[in-house]
Design a protein around this ligand. Sequence first.
Ligand code: FE2
Length: 229
Amino acid sequence: MMKKTSVSEAVSVALLHPLGRLATHADKRDGAVVSDLYPKKSDAAAQLGSNSVFLEWHTDEAFHDVPPSFVCLYGVRGEPLAQTLIAEFNCSELPPEIARVLSEPHFSIRSDGSHAVLGQRKKAAVLDGEGADALVRYDPVFTDFDNAEAELAFAQFEAFTLRKSLSFTIDTGQALIFNNKIGIHARTEFPPRFDGTDRWIIKSQVVPVSTPEEKFHNSNRFWLNPIGA
Ligand SMILES: [Fe+2]
């Protein structure tokens, strides 16, 4: 789908900019730091933001060394039937034994189909840090486990995280900004039309300002891009 102006992109970036450094992967959606999400027939049943089935609970770029800290979803065209779901939780409420297993690198997380280079994989822990300060990596559709203990802890974590969630409908001209490391998110299914009138979201992400430049250049997988570039 095409637009005549880039006002939505400018607003989206301006809203997110105070929270970090604009970034994306070089191989993700052609390296665009602001990407368009709308239903595609070819992705209808895939676990991608361009699908129209339920987008499973996850954190963005869980497989990467430096996942985004904040994500902005800006509505170019709203869709009342599509709800973005966010579950935030306090990991200090997790049973200690489950938290211990989740804090160990027993989880192998693969990249999803939005990346040109498939099969990228990171061995990681689900939780980084302890108690209420723990940060989360979570992408069950793309996660393999080292052992049965890790798989069981992961299943118990799923039940824990989904005890309470919030629902947001992003209308035209509205932005939803959320922390990608202290909660997980999902999106409900909705009926696509594929006629140019579907839900259209502009997505941008930032990483912490303190992230060293070499984290990106060495990996050659994550771009920083100044506004307007
Ligand atoms: Fe996401």
